[in-house]
Design a protein around this ligand. Structure first.
Ligand SMILES: Nc1ncnc2c1ncn2[C@@H]1O[C@H](COP(=O)(O)OP(=O)(O)O)[C@@H](O)[C@H]1O
Ligand SMILES: [Mg+2]
Length: 207
């Protein structure tokens, strides 16, 4: 990734906007039917507000995070906003992102989500996509994989993580009000996290 961070954010935005109804329908089953609407509104603002010619990856991610906090709303706005702002700190001043940098940024994003939302793995949230993705990513990169190969592993693990959210009950967020009745339903936030990682992977692969 170099000097094209806007294009990566635009691809994430496109995927989120394309999946707006799907994400909202998932949230209708175990929440309040707004996750896709919230995220699509936020990412429409992101592609308006992040300068297209910004070369500093950190500066663009910071603007993205601040925009998400102020436009997404719900639980996911502050959580995703924090994730991008924490990744921004790791990538401040960078014009390129190495495989190692991406791992560090993803770790910081996850830590930010946990600090803000006090959730752990297995509570049927976005962390159930992101944490296994991070583990798979770092494992593959430690074995010598490059950024794209690491992201392939991350996406596979995120997909499996989304699937796993169907098997467990929510204990955080609005879906936790349903308790055991949330079992059988896929978590919307885990789904948007997997879509995000897939967009980043496809951007890196030039798809
Ligand atoms: N404490 C938390 N930590 C991590 N993710 C969370 C937490 N609470 C909720 N989420 C995520 O937020 C998603 C719901 O987002 P959204 O519908 O936009 O917000 P709200 O629940 O306020 O309507 C959930 O599917 C879940 O993945
Ligand atoms: Mg909701």
């Amino acid at each position: 990734m170099s000097a094209r961070v806007y294009d990566c954010l635009r691809l994430i935005a496109e995927r989120i906007i394309q999946n707006k109804d799907f994400l909202t329908d998932l949230d209708r089953e175990i929440g309040d039917a707004d996750h896709g609407v919230n995220m699509a509104r936020g990412f429409a603002a992101v592609i308006e507000r992040v300068p297209q010619d910004e070369e500093d990856v950190g500066a663009s991610l910071k603007r993205c995070g601040m925009t998400l906090v102020s436009t997404v709303g719900g639980a996911s706005g502050p959580l995703y906003g924090t994730a991008y702002m924490e990744a921004a700190k790791v990538l401040a001043g960078r014009q390129t992102v190495s495989a190692k940098d991406f791992g560090a940024a993803l770790a910081a994003a996850i830590a930010g989500i946990q600090r803000r939302g006090h959730a752990v793995r297995g509570e049927k949230t976005m962390l159930d996509a992101l944490m296994p993705a991070y583990d798979a990513y770092t494992q593959r990169v430690e074995q010598g994989a490059d950024l794209a190969e690491g992201l392939d592993a991350a996406c596979d693990a995120a997909t499996a993580g989304v699937e796993y959210t169907k098997a467990i009950a929510a204990t955080k967020g609005r879906a936790s009000y349903l308790g055991e009745r949330s079992i059988g339903h896929q978590d919307p936030g885990a789904t948007s996290s997997a879509l995000t990682l897939e967009a980043i992977r496809d951007f890196v692969r030039g798809l």
